[in-house]
Design a protein around this ligand. Sequence first.
Ligand code: ADP
Ligand code: MG
Length: 243
Amino acid sequence: MTATALTVTDATLTYPDGIGRLTALDHVHLHVTGGSIAAITGPSGSGKSSLLAVVSTLIRPDSGRIELETADATVDLATLTRREGAALRRSSIGIVFQQPNLIPALTALEQLEAMSHLGQRFFTSPVQRRETRTRAMELLDVVGLADQQAKRPAQLSGGQRQRINIARALMNAPTLLVIDEPTSALDTERGAAVIDLILTVARTRGAATLLVTHDRTHLHRMDAVYRMVDGTLSLEHPAHAAA
Ligand code: ADP
Ligand code: MG
């Protein structure tokens, strides 16, 4: 497999705050390679979601480099235009937020298929549609929901919805997977199953994965554990895959 990685170097982000600025990211450094998972913990308001927004091109940092090494190029995400950022998100970044923002009218299968049609300017051919369907079915199977493919979000449990959310983020075979507190709305057992799934997909699909989590019970299974406090990120438990 080609080496892929995310490297954040000296990233700083501030937000307007009254007459001053609030520092959300304070000279952050981070490195995660393809197939490994860096967990990020830390108190509420410490900057974890801001870091995920910066690495997924949703917010531009004030300074620093956010380098994503893909199979064919290294891109500095901090320098992308909005349009380039959107294109890169479609091709290479999988994003999973706390609340699965599924589309109520679509079935589980259609939620995944819709990802492939985003940003498509032209009519998709029957062959492309078949390939998309095959891939969507394969991923529903990976997350254990092949038999639920015709259900709509209202007919699924919170854990099942979060699994679909994860499967959907894998539709574009992302180089980078960013996941923000995926278990916060789930009970312990369902949460553990979702973490198991994330560990499996990150490793088998080779995505460099950033996982924000409050749940400390699974941290020993991560390749690296970082802690964010007041915008400052530090390595809590370094590991083999971090270098
Ligand atoms: P966490 O995910 O760790 O809870 P956030 O990254 O959401 O932290 O927030 C970090 C800090 O930045 C907090 O003080 C929060 O209030 C502030 N913040 C987050 N988003 C914005 C925004 N869009 N505009 C202004 N301040 C924000
Ligand atoms: Mg957050």
